[in-house]
Design a protein around this ligand. Structure first.
Ligand code: CMC
Length: 431
């Protein structure tokens, strides 16, 4: 951000107020309205924050018109192709790609934090077996603040660092155990000789009764899915983490809040909803019926995995995901997958339809991810937990950045009050 001589001027009745304009390193200029209320006694109104920058950040940049996503300046397609998840985690957390030594240190640090406090098993066991794994994750991650007292002091840099490593490292164990519990199988402990992605696959799909070899194709596909979900600037769950943190809450409580927000079908829950929708459509001949429903103002149905607040062009993650879906299914020997065929045909027909073209609705990250996760063997209920475990590094990086930002303060939006003005209490016999 740099000071710019540009300014915006607003006129209210006979009063003129100059507002500074801040220039970012990329993206549109930002009108600084912080002093507006003090100077002019007015608020701005922006439900859903469609025109409001809530913070300054150096982590992720999206150009929605171009369909570009950069982490610390590096484009997501290059990271998905050439990097891997833990390297991207380092990049997000520390700002630069690691050297070989830094990467080795980071990987061994994360690996050494993968186990959960043994007592936490009893916490899992308190849930109903049919709990959605996201429900279990919200609870267990929130409960981490009751188990790791040596990393909850947000004023201590070392505490913040340990909490960051713990959350990135333990989230796969938590997600895998939420899944194992839901299917009545024993918890599988993490294996530190495996890569981050392979270890997660192992914890999800192995059983103590027999040896299990992680298929490297599956581990690579898993790692790419993690990479594509690592961060996405100030989306709803990240903003939730930042808002929770702004009060000084501990990191585990903040990330639990982020997980809760991610669960909704307009956000991370869309991957589960999208595969369920594709299965419901079933065959390409039923697509026009669903497109008609999505366009019908009187029908609440929306095409899941379509549309985005920021992207008004292809979501670059969806492009990589679509290519990955083809590759992974091919490598796994799954040919003519009917859900993938339906998805491709739906994408084609929707993009040809003026409704979607005019509203600039394109496939987003959730459109093809479920097809890959399904091919890897995950039930739909695990799709959003996988999103959550991958997004944890984004949440944590943004949380750390916020705490280090001298301009950060408690988040406290104002409102446009449209209720009753002052009135006197009416005794019950007079109502
Ligand atoms: N199907 C049909 N119409 C849609 C869709 C859709 N998927 N998405 C938006 N529209 C229409 C909407 O009805 C509205 O029309 P109008 O202007 O006539 O009222 C217009 O497009 C703008 O929609 P909006 O709801 O004002 O846009 P938004 O920026 O508030 O919402 C969204 C963005 C992602 C919530 C929305 O596109 C949506 O609900 N998509 C389906 C759910 C989904 O795939 N979510 C995953 C998002 S990407 C991953 C993530 O963030 O977790």
């Amino acid at each position: 951000m740099s000071d710019s001589p540009k300014k915006a001027t607003i006129t209210l009745d006979d009063k003129t107020i100059d507002l500074p304009i801040l220039s970012p390193t990329a993206g549109p200029d930002v009108v600084d309205i912080r002093k507006l209320y003090g100077q002019a006694n007015v608020f701005t109104y922006d439900p859903g924050y469609t025109s409001t920058a809530s913070c300054q950040s150096t982590i992720t940049f999206i150009d929605g018109d171009k369909g570009e996503l950069l982490h610390r300046g590096y484009p997501i397609d290059q990271l998905a192709e050439k990097s891997h998840f833990l390297e991207v985690c380092y990049l997000l957390l520390y700002g630069e790609l690691p050297t070989a030594d830094q990467l080795e240190w980071f990987e061994s640090t994360i690996t050494r934090h993968t186990m959960l406090h043994e007592q936490m098993q009893y916490f899992f066991r308190g849930f109903r077996r049919d709990s959605h794994p996201m429900a279990t994750m919200v609870g267990v991650v929130g409960a981490m603040s009751a188990f790791y007292h040596d990393s909850t002091d947000i004023t201590d840099v070392r505490h913040r660092e340990i909490a960051s490593h713990r959350l990135i490292a333990k989230m796969p164990t938590i997600a895998a155990w939420a899944y194992k519990y839901s299917i009545g199988q024993p918890f599988v402990y993490p294996r530190n000789d495996l890569s981050f992605a392979a270890n997660f696959i192992h914890m999800c799909f192995s059983v103590p009764a027999e040896p299990y070899e992680v298929d490297p194709i599956i581990a690579r596909a898993m790692d790419r899915i993690f990479t594509l979900h690592a961060d996405h600037e100030q989306n709803a769950s990240t903003s939730t983490v930042r808002l929770a943190s702004s009060s000084g809450a501990n990191p585990f409580a903040c990330i639990a809040a982020g997980i809760a927000c991610l669960w909704g079908p307009a956000h991370g829950g869309a991957n589960q909803a999208c595969l369920e929708m594709l299965r419901e459509i079933g065959t390409p001949d039923r697509i026009p019926e669903f497109i008609a429903r999505a366009k019908d103002k009187n029908d609440p149905f929306r095409l899941m995995g379509f549309g985005h607040r920021v992207y008004k062009n292809f979501d670059p993650r969806a492009k990589v995901m679509k290519q990955s879906a083809d590759e992974v299914l091919d490598l796994l020997g799954v040919h003519d997958n009917p859900v993938l065929q339906t998805a491709k045909e739906l994408e084609k027909l929707a993009l040809e339809d003026p409704y979607f073209a005019e509203k600039k609705l394109y496939p987003n990250v959730d459109f093809y991810s479920g097809i890959i996760l399904d091919a890897l063997g995950f039930p739909t209920s695990m799709f959003t937990p996988i999103f959550a475990l991958a997004r944890t590094v984004g949440w944590i990086s943004q949380w750390k950045e916020q705490l280090a930002d001298p301009e950060h303060k408690i988040g406290r939006p104002r409102q446009l009050y449209i209720g009753e003005p002052f009135r006197d209490y009416v005794d019950i016999e007079k109502r």
